[in-house]
Design a binder for this molecule. Structure first.
Ligand SMILES: *[C@@H]1O[C@H](CO)[C@@H](O)[C@H](O)[C@H]1NC(C)=O
Length: 495
C-alpha cells in the first residue's frame, strides 16, 4: 500500500471543505461587488452619485443591504489614514501604477483584467473605470503606464514564459462633447512580445518617461526577470533598447530612476549594482553600462527605490537596516556612492525579531518612505528614520487564505493534480487557475504566498496630489491578494 493515499484522501476532504467555504463566501462577496460596480459604469454623471451617498448617510438603517455591508466593512478596521478602498477586482490584485498626472490608476488582477480607474476624487463612493481583458491563459503580474494615461504595458505570466502587452487608445475625435453617454473606445493591443525572459517569469516592471540628457521623453520600461537579466523596452514601439545581466544568481527586483538615467537592481547578494542608460543625440538609447555599486549592506537587499530627484537610492536589507545612498557622484572618476544614512528597520514581531521590508516607495516630495511587510504598512520619515504611522493588517484576505491553504497542502503532498481538479470544478471563474499558474511554479513563492493572508503585492505614491473631496492630498495606493486596492493619506511629518 502506498502510504501517501490516506494523506491524499485527508487533504482532499479537508480541501473540499475549505473550497466549499470559500465558494459560499465568494458568491456572497461577488454579489456585493457586482452591485456596487453597476453604479459607476451606468452613471457617469456625478450628480446622482452624490445624491446617492447622501441618501446612504441620511437613511443608513434603511439603505440597501449591499451598501450597508460595505459601510460596515469599511468601519470594521478603519485606520485614520485609510481614505478609500477600490473594490470590484475579481481576484488578487498583483500590480498597480499611477499615470504621471496622478489622474488615473491602473491595476492588474489575477482575474485576467486590467482596470484603469479615474482618480478625480479619491473619496468618491464609486470610481469610474475601464476594463481591458487580457488574452486568456495569462496571470498578469505587473503594469506600467506608457507615454500617457491611456496606454499601459502589462506583464502576464503563462505556463511557458512571460508576455508583455501594450494597450493604447485609438485617438478619436469626439464629435460632440455633450453626449457623455457614449463610452470611449476600448484601448486595443498595440504590440505583444512573448517569452520575453525565455522561461523565466517577470518579477517587476519599472517605467518612466526618460528626460535625462538627450532622452526624448518617451517611456522606457525595465522588466526584471526572476533569473539574472533585466530588459529595457521602448514603451511605444515594444523594441528592446537595452539588456543587462546582474550576475547575482537571482534577481529580486529592479527600478529605473525617475529621469530615466539609471537602473538599479536588488538581487541575491548584499551589493546593489547600478547601470547608466546612455542616450544618443537623437534621443534613442545608445548603450547601458555598469557605473556604480552600492556596498555596505551585510545581507541581501530586499527592495530599493530612487528618490524623486534621482540623487539618492533607498535600500532595505535583511541585515535589518535601511540605507540612503547618495548616487550623485563622479562615478566615471571612480568615486563611489556614499551612505548618507543608516536606520534600523523599526518593525519587529512579538518576539522582538526585526521583520524585513518587502516593498518600499518614497513620496513625491521625498519626505516619507512607505514600506510594507506582509500585510503591514508603515510610513517612515526619510530625514530621521522615525516611524510616522503603522497600519497593521492594512489588508486582510481570508478568502485567499483558504485557497492558498489548499494549494499549499496540495503542493506539499504532491497533489497538484487533485488541486487542479478541485479548483477547476469547484471554483467557477478561471481566476483560480491563473492564480495557481503563477504560484505553483516555485515552491518558494508559494510558501511565501500561502503564509500570509492579505499580503500587499504592490505600493505606489500618486505622483501628484489628488482631490479627496475636501481639498487635495498626497496619496499612497496599496494592492493586495485580498482583491482590494486601498488609498492612504500621507501621515503628517512629526513637528
Ligand atoms: C499635497 O498634499 C499634502 C498633504 O497631503 C500637502 O502637505 C502638500 O503641500 C500638497 N502638495 C502640493 C504640491 O499641493
Amino acid at each position: 500500500m502506498d502510504p501517501a493515499i490516506p494523506i491524499a484522501a485527508l487533504s482532499l476532504i479537508l480541501g473540499a471543505f475549505i473550497v466549499l467555504l470559500f465558494f459560499a463566501n465568494y458568491f456572497r462577496n461577488r454579489r456585493a461587488d457586482v452591485q456596487s460596480l453597476a453604479k459607476p459604469e451606468l452613471q457617469p454623471d456625478p450628480k446622482p452619485r452624490s445624491s446617492k451617498s447622501h441618501q446612504t448617510i441620511s437613511k443608513k438603517s434603511h439603505s440597501k443591504p449591499h451598501s450597508h455591508a460595505s459601510d460596515k466593512d469599511q468601519n470594521k478596521k478603519h485606520h485614520p489614514l485609510d481614505v478609500n478602498t477600490l473594490k470590484g477586482h475579481g481576484d488578487a490584485v498583483t500590480g498597480l501604477c499611477f499615470s504621471s498626472d496622478g489622474r488615473s490608476l491602473a491595476t492588474v488582477c489575477a482575474d485576467g483584467m486590467i482596470r484603469v480607474f479615474k482618480m478625480d476624487d479619491a473619496s468618491s463612493k464609486s470610481f469610474k473605470f475601464l476594463r481591458i481583458n487580457l488574452p486568456a491563459g495569462g496571470h498578469p503580474v505587473a503594469v506600467e503606464f506608457c507615454d500617457d494615461a491611456s496606454s499601459v504595458v502589462v506583464a502576464s505570466q503563462t505556463m511557458t514564459g512571460c508576455s508583455l502587452y501594450m494597450y493604447g487608445e485609438e485617438k478619436t475625435k469626439s464629435s460632440d462633447g455633450a453626449n457623455q453617454q457614449t463610452k470611449p473606445p476600448l484601448p486595443e493591443m498595440k504590440w505583444e512580445r512573448h517569452k520575453i525572459h525565455d522561461k523565466n517569469g517577470v518579477l517587476t516592471l519599472s517605467g518612466t518617461a526618460a528626460t535625462y540628457g538627450t532622452a526624448d521623453g518617451s517611456t522606457i520600461i525595465a522588466s526584471c526577470s526572476e533569473g539574472t537579466d533585466i530588459i529595457l523596452w521602448h514603451g511605444k514601439s515594444g523594441k528592446i533598447v537595452g539588456n543587462v545581466d546582474t550576475n547575482q544568481l537571482k534577481n529580486t527586483m529592479a527600478a529605473i530612476s525617475p529621469n530615466g538615467r539609471f537602473i538599479a537592481a536588488a538581487a541575491f547578494t548584499a551589493d546593489v549594482k547600478v547601470w547608466e542608460i546612455v542616450y544618443a543625440k537623437d534621443g534613442s538609447v545608445k548603450e547601458v553600462s555598469r557605473v556604480m555599486q552600492l556596498k555596505g549592506h551585510k545581507s541581501a537587499v530586499t527592495w530599493l527605490c530612487f528618490s524623486p530627484n534621482t540623487e539618492q537610492i533607498i535600500t532595505a536589507s535583511k541585515d535589518n537596516s535601511i540605507r540612503i545612498w547618495n548616487i550623485n557622484v563622479r562615478y566615471h572618476m571612480d568615486e563611489d556612492p556614499k551612505t548618507l544614512k543608516v536606520f534600523p528597520i523599526p518593525l519587529h514581531d512579538s518576539n522582538g525579531v526585526t521583520l524585513h521590508y518587502d516593498r518600499l516607495s518614497v513620496s513625491p516630495d521625498g519626505n516619507i518612505l512607505a514600506a510594507t511587510h506582509g500585510s503591514t504598512l508603515q510610513w517612515l520619515c526619510v530625514e530621521t528614520g522615525k516611524v510616522l504611522d503603522t497600519a497593521e493588517k492594512a489588508h486582510d484576505g481570508m478568502l485567499h487564505f483558504y485557497a492558498n491553504y489548499i494549494a499549499s497542502i496540495a503542493y506539499h503532498n504532491h497533489l497538484i493534480h487533485f488541486y487542479w481538479i478541485l479548483s477547476l470544478q469547484l471554483c467557477p471563474p478561471p481566476s483560480r487557475c491563473y492564480l495557481s499558474f503563477g504560484r505553483l511554479t516555485t515552491s518558494e513563492s508559494l510558501l511565501h504566498f500561502s503564509s500570509h493572508a492579505g499580503d500587499i503585492t504592490c505600493i505606489s505614491w500618486a505622483p501628484k496630489n489628488i482631490s479627496t473631496g475636501d481639498g487635495e492630498a498626497s496619496l499612497l495606493a496599496t494592492a493586495s491578494v485580498d482583491k482590494k486596492v486601498k488609498l492612504w493619506a500621507a501621515p503628517p511629518l512629526s513637528s
